[in-house]
Design a protein around this ligand. Structure first.
Ligand code: PEP
Ligand code: MG
Length: 586
């Protein structure tokens, strides 16, 4: 048994599928002489398929973003056809009878050693490109190990060193039952995706890729943060029983989908969903959300084979609005950078990506691209007969008043142009995502230029505590239930209420029973969370009153450490809604 941190609750039993096997040494037996030519041919087919991918990407990105941005795919193709690269691989296959994946692995090792010796920043960056090419190539080589292949039977447990958001969303048709990763914190984007799909996940498990191999039976216990590899039949069957109990409880709770969210003393609460695309909008409806409080549009870009243009974006936003409960959707503009990157926006390696060229800062650098998105949203908001619409536009990672003014200027210009062009559109409320401490400190002046606020507590907590949300080593610090975070949240919520600006919280803590009860005690009545968590939280609301949660919050303000707050609130949840305790992870 191995211990990690819980990133998504629940229990799963399934067969391991290891992502990025290329990064794990598999020595294996050498090829037989009769297999060598076939192996070379296999490598060449994979190389041609990779080249075709890269050329297609180059064409599309050139036509939709620009030639300079597309150049990266040209240089990847140059690496792919580099004579030194090819002759080494061929040599190892032919002379040393290595398989193509083994040869690729060896080449990756060689480059890594070579680049590690250089101090030249430019050369170091090239290693990332070589790695990208090798990963793409190995994807074409390991057809048999793709998740959609039948080679691995049963529900999958995805095992990875680090899971990228783009991998969670391209798992194909196969059912993913659970996720185990070595790195990644509770609010990393891969974790958020797991939670939104209700997939149990544990991260921070050291050395997983070396300890688990494809086909192993794995238990993911997302209550305790345990991972068990090849358990005895008795243990496996006990966990399968627990897994069924979780499903049953989930189904029972989901039956409240058509009921309003109301507290024990009769107050209405807005429970909205965080979504990444159309499928999640339907999940939001199925789980009983009253709308979408956060549509993370970057997934549209991350999953698109090239770049969605204005018409494609318009169509995507329209479909999401139509599928969302009450047509209520808060659309957040592109929030790339940090752990979410797309190659054509010119990311270079940064020492501190979460403090660097990220989110709105990156959008400002690509004004054409950014305006296209704003235009598509304003057009999607245009009234349509028979379709309810309540669309809002939300800007991430706003740090200063100047940024917010600039954004408003861009929206005004987009509205004017759409008017001149005679294109149907609608003006929408403009909101700021409060996730930088500087904006929390100056919230009063920012409120003058916005129509609403959405608190992004995932980032707010990491910036306030100076603790990377993706790094399990500092997970104990990246903790929303801590005295400083709760004080800042309380201050922001009270200021918004005093100045009569609607405020929602859309970070992961909204779906955590303990944190929810405290936010409720601060007076917050609008929350946005992973759709899968809505039934539980709706059930919780029926057990809360304003008075009792205010008292709990006041008590918490007297506590001086996170540990005390976590223990105290856990006891309160167990007292107020004991049947929900299984969902209540720290
Ligand atoms: C947040 O930071 O709380 C948030 C909701 O945005 P994201 O998790 O996408 O950064
Ligand atoms: Mg954020």
């Amino acid at each position: 048994m191995r211990k990690g941190i819980v990133v998504s609750p629940g229990v799963a039993v399934g067969t391991a599928y290891c992502v990025h096997e290329i990064f794990v040494r598999r020595d294996g037996a050498p090829l037989h002489a009769s297999q060598v030519l076939d192996e070379v041919a296999r490598y060449e087919r994979a190389r041609d398929a990779t080249a075709a991918d890269l050329r297609a990407l180059y064409q599309k990105v050139t036509s939709q973003v620009g030639e300079a941005e597309a150049a990266i795919f040209r240089s990847h193709e140059t690496i792919l056809h580099d004579p030194a690269f090819t002759s080494k691989i061929r040599g190892w296959i032919v002379d040393q009878r290595q398989t193509a994946p083994q040869a690729l692995h060896r080449l990756l090792d060689e480059y890594t050693a070579l680049f590690a010796r250089t101090k030249d920043e430019y050369l170091r960056e090239r290693l990332t490109d070589v790695r990208d090419v090798i990963v793409r190539l190995s994807g074409h080589l390991s057809e048999a190990l793709r998740p959609e292949s039948k080679a691995i039977a049963g529900p999958l447990i995805l095992v990875a060193g680090e899971l990228l958001p783009s991998q969670v969303i391209t798992l194909g048709e196969r059912e993913v039952a659970g996720i185990v990763t070595q790195s990644g914190g509770g609010t990393s984007h891969a974790a958020i995706l797991a939670r939104s799909r209700g997939i149990p996940a544990v991260s921070g498990v050291r050395g997983v890729l070396r300890q688990i191999k494809n086909g192993d039976l794995v238990v993911v216990d997302g209550r305790e943060g345990h991972v068990i590899v090849n358990p005895s039949p008795e243990v496996a069957s006990a966990y399968r029983k627990l897994q069924r109990e979780f499903f049953d409880l989930k189904d029972a709770l989901a039956e409240n989908r058509d009921q309003p969210a109301v507290s024990a003393d009769g107050e209405s609460i807005e429970l909205l969903a965080n979504i990444n695309g159309l499928a999640d909008a339907s999940a939001a409806r199925a789980m009983g959300a009253s709308g979408v409080g956060l549509f993370r549009t970057e997934y549209l870009f991350l999953t698109h084979p090239d770049v969605p243009d204005e018409e494609e974006q318009l169509e995507a936003y329209r479909s999401v609005i139509r599928a969302s409960p009450n047509g209520r959707v808060t659309i957040r503009t592109l929030d790339l950078g940090g752990d979410k990157t797309i190659p054509y926006l010119g990311h270079s390696r940064e020492a501190n990506p979460f403090l660097g060229w990220r989110s709105i800062r990156l959008s400002f650098e690509h004004p054409e691209f950014f305006s296209t998105q704003i235009r598509a949203v304003l057009r999607a908001a245009a009234p349509e007969r028979g379709v309810a619409k309540d669309v809002r536009l939300l800007f991430p990672m706003i740090t200063t008043l100047e940024e917010m003014r600039k954004v408003r200027g861009m929206v005004r210009r987009a509205l004017r142009r759409l008017q001149q062009e005679g294109k149907k559109h609608a003006a929408v409320p403009i909101g700021l995502m409060l996730e930088v401490p500087a904006a929390a400190v100056c919230i009063e002046s920012l409120l003058e230029v916005v129509d609403f606020v959405s608190i992004g507590s995932n980032d707010l907590v990491q910036y306030l505590m100076a603790a990377d949300r993706d790094n399990p080593k500092v997970n104990h610090l990246c903790q929303p239930l801590s005295p400083p975070v709760l004080r800042v949240l309380d201050g922001v919520i009270k200021t918004c209420h005093r100045l009569k600006k609607p405020v929602t919280l859309c970070g992961e803590m909204a779906g955590n029973p303990r944190a929810f009860a405290l936010l409720y005690g601060m007076g917050l009545r609008s929350f946005s969370m992973s759709p899968a968590l809505i039934p539980t939280i709706k059930e919780l609301t029926r057990h809360l009153t304003s008075r009792q949660t205010r008292e709990v919050f006041e008590e918490v303000l007297q506590l001086k450490t996170s540990g005390q707050i976590i223990r105290y609130t856990a006891d309160q949840i167990a007292r107020l809604a004991p049947q929900l305790a299984v969902w209540d992870t720290a």
